[in-house]
Write a protein that binds this ligand. Structure first.
Ligand SMILES: [Zn+2]
Length: 112
């Protein structure tokens, strides 16, 4: 697009918290609604609030798959951090806390 990158944001979250966040996700195979067993549970355990379909855990969200994806991230994506870091374009933000707090830190990093 002919534009240069002026800031790169990295959200830092400990692996175990990522595993907990992702492996707690449950999806509705009928309408696509997404829940979380502890952060956003359905009214009736295991069933969609909207259409009562049984919720499923996607293959991508299983703990062993999440850990494998984190290992792949370290190999494939982590080098990008160093790339932006050496060019002084990287801002790391603690990706733990409330969505509002993380948004505020992001806006601050972008000067917005
Ligand atoms: Zn549903």
């Amino acid at each position: 697009m002919g534009r240069s990158i002026t800031r790169c944001i990295s959200y830092d979250v400990p692996d175990e918290i990522l595993v907990e966040r992702m492996s707690g996700r449950r999806s509705c195979p009928r309408c696509g609604a997404v829940y979380h067993v502890s952060q956003n549970p359905p009214k009736r355990d295991g069933y969609c609030d909207k259409d009562d379909a049984g919720l499923v855990q996607r293959e991508d969200d299983k703990p062993e798959t999440v850990r494998k994806r984190l290992q792949e991230y370290m190999v494939k994506t982590e080098p990008l951090r160093r790339f932006y870091e050496t060019r002084h374009l990287l801002t790391s933000i603690e990706g733990v806390g409330t969505p509002e707090g993380i948004l505020a830190a992001t806006k601050k990093a972008l000067g917005a």
